[in-house]
Design a protein around this ligand. Structure first.
Ligand SMILES: *[C@@H]1O[C@H](CO)[C@@H](O)[C@H](O)[C@H]1NC(C)=O
Ligand SMILES: *[C@@H]1O[C@H](CO)[C@@H](O)[C@H](O)[C@H]1NC(C)=O
Ligand SMILES: *[C@@H]1O[C@H](CO)[C@@H](O)[C@H](O)[C@H]1NC(C)=O
Ligand SMILES: *[C@@H]1O[C@H](CO)[C@@H](O)[C@H](O)[C@H]1NC(C)=O
Ligand SMILES: *[C@@H]1O[C@H](CO)[C@@H](O)[C@H](O)[C@H]1NC(C)=O
Ligand SMILES: *[C@@H]1O[C@H](CO)[C@@H](O)[C@H](O)[C@H]1NC(C)=O
Ligand SMILES: *[C@@H]1O[C@H](CO)[C@@H](O)[C@H](O)[C@H]1NC(C)=O
Ligand SMILES: *[C@@H]1O[C@H](CO)[C@@H](O)[C@H](O)[C@H]1NC(C)=O
Ligand SMILES: *[C@@H]1O[C@H](CO)[C@@H](O)[C@H](O)[C@H]1NC(C)=O
Ligand SMILES: *[C@@H]1O[C@H](CO)[C@@H](O)[C@H](O)[C@H]1NC(C)=O
Length: 622
């Protein structure tokens, strides 16, 4: 039964609640039914790189995409690069042109940490999009269409997921498309940026009412016997702002992407959202969880992890299910997945007094009064554990009835490279887009790469990551966050990594891109996107002018692993490009003493970033 307090909120909120969210209320209630006769709750994948296996769905998607979409996509990308009139070695043209039948596998990883990271990712995607005329003219456009995978976490997950769910529009249409109601039927209504920017007051609701509305909406889930936590609060906000509103009801019930036509025709890169699992303990340099904690991925077909300690997946359609007789559906909702990936509230250490001082308090208070749940931790997203009892001794949550899922960068890796390191995916090139906020001015200092390297070493049987500097001090001293840098140029045992970071403003411009407060408001948002576009296309500028050879250099990186497999020597512009853009493996002498791993990922900078995010999400009571 709903308590009287909750009922009062129902009455209050129906006056202002949008029609869309009333339909959402039913969609948010998971349903129980008999499991299909051939249902299997868990798919084990090999614990080591040699025997990892992909799901049937993913393997089929990827091979169909390679056969039907990538040949044309790489040809278009090649013609964009050729348009720059930089002479390419023959092998670049023949690999991209598909004449030797061995196309590269490209993955793009979009970081989280603040709404600024989301916008940075969006701007870089613009620069790689073959539908963006400026990107095509510059010679980087088309790589997005040629990518096999795209992963995101937190802010990055909003981009990756909403692009996919909106049927893969351009970023301009995704964010600034005509408002809901005026969109062409089936078209994408754009992000509701008023919600994101200024909070609920801007659309005629108060924070308290909004919290109440959310509390009402999750009543069905509580009544069905599931714990309700903060993941929902975050997630709902994402649903309001980031998902296509024409089909809201349908979208909320299904995380998987089958209904969308660019997915069924394999035109989208395969999308993956990354989420961390919470178990307290010392992390790497100021991060909140141990690096070895399981990192989960949600993809179109499955949720689970290739980490050797678990190496198991469950069908995404039946998330919430814990046995093979009664199957739960409707638990795997988009907003809850994005909510989990963005949920940073564990930094308040779960104590009521800390939470009381947090911006999440109005929601927690209402939920706590309306839905008594003794012993339930409110600041994580709780998922019934499909892996209960599995891998005793290695899987840390084998005894937990619920998985506690949190912000995908909680381990200090804000760039979701993990899924792209899975050896079974055979990724040749990772474009790592790092918009995270490492310092107090919200610039990136490379901590995600430092920490990704540490984690890949822990699980070296399953993943391989190219060598990167071991401290952010080195990233800074060598300017590796100020221009695109290639890692792993001469060691083919890992993917080649093209690192594009938000390390400073491009081309001597005034900095907009490190400002997160009003990130989503036009015309400021356009200025932010334009700076991200410049960062993604400038290469190593000289005299504030973009390097005209950089697009050719990027193409050299795209084909380089295939080149190596075929025993072709690197030549022509690719040789000079690699000399210029590859990290050469040295650590330079630096005068300061702060050379320790990831020291800049401090609690205070994290909190600064988090508050910017909350502000941007309208979660601070005003
Ligand atoms: C189970 O059966 C259904 C319907 O026959 C089919 O679509 C699905 O692919 C099968 N699933 C597995 C895991 O075999
Ligand atoms: C994967 O390989 C490892 C070591 O090579 C082995 O211990 C394990 O049993 C294999 N797992 C599967 C599912 O084949
Ligand atoms: C291409 O990207 C630039 C920079 O973000 C943007 O200004 C422009 O509107 C985009 N063009 C299209 C057609 O999306
Ligand atoms: C299977 O899961 C359902 C739903 O969570 C639960 O009600 C039921 O008791 C479980 N059955 C068994 C045999 O554990
Ligand atoms: C949470 O606890 C850790 C150590 O247990 C401490 O360093 C940190 O300051 C605490 N955070 C807050 C917000 O209280
Ligand atoms: C929730 O309410 C219970 C009393 O029902 C109280 O003991 C607990 O501290 C509250 N938790 C929070 C986070 O407010
Ligand atoms: C952005 O960077 C500029 C220059 O580095 C700095 O002056 C400004 O304070 C930063 N903005 C924020 C919000 O930190
Ligand atoms: C090549 O990279 C792999 C994986 O990152 C690493 O284990 C190996 O030591 C590297 N080899 C050399 C010669 O650096
Ligand atoms: C880093 O960039 C600055 C200018 O921003 C330049 O003066 C310096 O030489 C660069 N350092 C390296 C190692 O490239
Ligand atoms: C590697 O790069 C650093 C600076 O980025 C430079 O000081 C050093 O000389 C380079 N080493 C080699 C062997 O090229």
């Amino acid at each position: 039964m709903l308590s009287t307090v909750a009922l009062a909120f129902v009455a209050l909120s129906t006056a202002t609640v949008s029609v869309l969210c009333q339909t959402a209320a039913q969609a948010w209630t998971p349903r129980f039914g008999a499991c299909p006769s051939n249902f299997s709750l868990v798919r084990m994948t090999g614990a080591s790189g040699v025997n990892q296996s992909l799901s049937t769905g993913e393997a089929q998607y990827v091979s169909s995409r390679r056969a039907n979409v990538l040949p044309g996509a790489f040809k278009s990308y090649l013609s964009s690069v050729q348009g720059t009139n930089v002479a390419l070695p023959d092998y670049v043209s023949s690999i991209l042109g598909g004449t030797n039948g061995n196309l590269p596998t490209v993955g793009i990883a979009i970081s989280g940490e603040t709404s600024g990271a989301a916008m940075f990712g969006a701007g870089v995607i613009n620069a790689l999009d073959g539908r963006n005329a400026s990107a095509v003219k510059i010679g980087t456009g088309g790589l997005l269409q040629a990518a096999t995978y795209i992963s995101g976490l937190s802010g990055g997950s909003w981009i990756v997921y909403s692009l996919s769910q909106a049927n893969f529009p351009t970023v301009q249409n995704l964010i600034f498309g005509p408002p809901y109601g005026t969109a062409t039927p089936g078209g994408y209504g754009g992000w509701i940026t008023d919600y994101v920017t200024l909070g609920v007051d801007n659309v005629g609701e108060t924070t308290a009412l909004y919290s109440a509305q959310l509390a009402t909406e999750i009543g069905g889930k509580y009544e069905a016997g599931f714990p309700v936590t903060l993941g929902r609060r975050f997630g709902s906000r994402s649903c309001e702002t980031f998902l296509e509103r024409d089909h809201l009801d349908e979208l909320l019930r299904q995380y998987h992407f089958k209904p969308c036509s660019t997915f069924t025709s394999y035109e989208q890169p395969f999308p993956i959202v990354v989420v961390d699992s919470w178990s307290p303990g010392p992390g790497i340099a100021g991060s909140y969880i141990p690096a070895a904690n399981v990192i989960y991925e949600f993809n179109a077909y499955e949720m689970g992890s290739y980490d050797p300690t678990l190496a198991a997946f469950t069908p995404i359609e039946y998330l919430g299910t814990t046995n093979t007789s009664i199957c739960v559906t409707g638990f795997e909702q988009a907003d809850f997945v994005l909510g989990a990936s963005s949920n940073i509230f564990v930094i308040y250490n779960s104590s009521a007094s800390n939470l009381m001082n947090s911006p999440a308090w109005p929601w927690i208070e209402i939920a706590n009064i309306s839905y008594p749940q003794p012993g339930v931790t409110m600041d994580v997203a709780l998922y019934p554990n499909p892996f209960y009892g599995l891998n005793h001794g290695t899987f840390v949550d084998a005894e937990e009835k619920y998985l506690s899922l949190v912000y995908g960068g909680e381990d200090g890796e804000a760039v979701p490279v993990q899924p792209l390191l899975v050896k079974a995916r055979d990724v040749d090139l990772i474009v790592a887009v790092d918009g995270s906020a490492d310092n107090t001015q919200l610039w990136t200092e490379g901590s995600s790469m430092v920490n990704a390297q540490i984690r890949a070493e822990i699980y070296s049987s399953a993943y391989s990551f190219p060598a990167v500097p071991t401290s952010t001090t080195q990233f800074i001293a060598q300017n590796l966050t100020l221009h695109p840098t290639f890692f792993g140029c001469d060691n083919t045992s890992s993917p080649l990594l093209v690192y594009i970071a938000k390390g400073g403003p491009p081309l001597g411009q005034t900095a907009y891109i490190n400002n997160t407060g009003d990130t989503f408001e036009e015309p400021f948002a356009q200025a932010v996107l334009a700076q991200a576009f410049d960062i993604a296309t400038q290469g190593i500028p000289s005299d504030y002018t973009k390097d005209p050879e950089y697009p050719a250099c990027l193409a050299c990186a795209v084909v380089d692993r295939v080149r190596a497999r075929e025993g072709i020597e690197r030549s022509g512009v690719c040789s000079s490009c690699f000399a210029k853009y590859c990290w050469n493996g040295t650590q330079v002498a630096v005068s300061t003493t702060s050379g320790a791993v990831g020291t800049s990922l401090t609690l205070s900078s994290m909190i600064a970033g988090v508050f910017a995010l909350l502000l941007a999400l309208g979660m601070v009571a005003v």
